[in-house]
Design a binder for this molecule. Structure first.
Ligand SMILES: *[C@@H]1O[C@H](CO)[C@@H](O)[C@H](O)[C@H]1NC(C)=O
Ligand SMILES: *[C@@H]1O[C@H](CO)[C@@H](O)[C@H](O)[C@H]1NC(C)=O
Ligand SMILES: *[C@@H]1O[C@H](CO)[C@@H](O)[C@H](O)[C@H]1NC(C)=O
Length: 341
């Protein structure tokens, strides 16, 4: 009923408009090749048919692009109006140059490696939520990035990766912006630093441990029976893991703590406009660095499983790396001295 009323109104309006003098030229342009039919059927009927046809066409069009009909779409979050504009506007965007394409694809690697509850716009169609029970009672370790072909979460390589991404944003944010990827890369860094902040008591001023790894990869003791599944002899999609995953912690891990300090300190520069978050990152970095200095040791001596994959031989290089980023983040010259003396 409602839509009938709408049709009538529209045709009435058109008729009024018409009466208010459409000249011959305008009429033939509006009605195109149908002018003869129009003459045969009479103005009123023909205009009504055109209006009805237009509305039916519009409805069909809207149903066809209904976001609910395309759950795999990259544009799930876009409103209907944006979708219509996308469909209607000719897409004449020039192909981005090869470096921009390579940059996009490189960043998509991190989207694909995400662990935890994925944002809607993650735009990797074959990935879903995973590791939703990582951690243990009182220690939520959901999130972060899977390492490589397996789903273990190692803090050490994650920290280095986040530091490198932050450094690239600090140096080249203009280029990221021009490529339309600045928000994307910042989102990836925050995904990493949010996770790193969960792996130690980031609100405390002093700490005595880091939850440095989730999941186990050592298969040397495997008996051939899958009684305690681990990430490598029970290799599966992260989305399908349904067994509890080990959490490995370290208590003397100068190399790891200073590496994490570098990641948080560099990210604090990337997020300097978000004062609260930036401050939180700096505080975490300083706490980690102090822990690194106070409790000397190699993290992979504490965590034998990590020594198989990312063994560390000393922590002096991380002391310099962490102190350098802390100096950039805080301007505190005592870190500069640590890095240079
Ligand atoms: C994926 O989504 C991000 C936004 O999170 C966007 O910047 C990026 O261009 C998208 N990549 C592709 C290949 O769709
Ligand atoms: C790890 O490095 C230490 C120190 O260099 C070394 O003693 C140890 O054998 C290494 N472990 C592995 C599994 O390579
Ligand atoms: C600089 O950092 C050191 C720790 O290395 C700290 O003791 C000192 O209070 C800091 N100085 C300022 C001005 O924040």
């Amino acid at each position: 009923m409602e839509s009938n009323a709408g049709d009538d109104d529209t045709s009435k309006n058109l008729n009024d408009f018409e009466k208010a003098n459409l000249d011959e030229a305008q009429e033939s342009r509006l009605l195109g090749g149908r002018k003869e039919k129009y003459v045969d059927l009479g103005r009123k009927i023909c205009v009504t048919i055109l209006v009805v046809a237009f509305i039916v066409g519009l409805i069909t069009f809207i149903i066809q692009i209904d976001p609910n009909n395309q759950s795999d779409s990259c544009h799930d979050n876009d409103g209907l109006v944006v979708s219509i504009i996308r469909k209607v506007m000719p897409r004449k965007q020039p192909q981005p140059d090869k470096y921009t394409q390579a940059l996009r694809k490189a960043l998509m690697f991190f989207n694909a490696q995400r662990s935890g509850p994925l944002p809607k716009h993650n735009n990797v169609s074959w990935r879903g939520d995973s590791g939703m029970k990582d951690g243990f009672i009182g220690q939520n370790l959901v999130g972060g990035f899977c390492d490589g072909g397996d789903a273990i979460k190692f803090n050490f390589p994650q920290s280095f990766a986040m530091t490198m991404l932050s450094w690239s944003v600090i140096e080249y944010s203009g280029k990221y912006k021009a490529a339309g990827e600045l928000n994307h890369v910042k989102e990836i860094i925050k995904w990493g630093t949010d996770y790193l902040l969960k792996t130690f008591d980031s609100s405390a001023d002093t700490i005595d441990r880091i939850y440095a790894q989730v999941g186990t990869g050592d298969t040397s003791g495997w008996t051939g029976k899958i009684d305690t599944p681990n990430d490598r002899y029970c290799w599966m999609r992260p989305e399908d893991m349904d067994y509890p995953r080990d959490v490995h912690e370290c208590h003397r891990c100068s190399d790891l703590a200073a590496e994490m300090a570098a990641a948080l300190a560099s990210a604090s520069i990337v997020f300097k406009d978000n004062k609260k978050y930036s401050k939180k990152l700096v505080h975490g970095a300083e706490t980690l660095y102090q822990f690194a200095r106070d409790k000397r040791g190699r993290y992979s001596a504490d965590i034998t499983d990590a020594s198989i994959f990312y063994n560390s031989t000393s922590y002096w290089d991380e002391f310099i790396w962490g102190a350098t980023w802390l100096f950039y983040a805080t301007g505190n010259t005592s870190y500069l001295e640590r890095a240079t003396s």
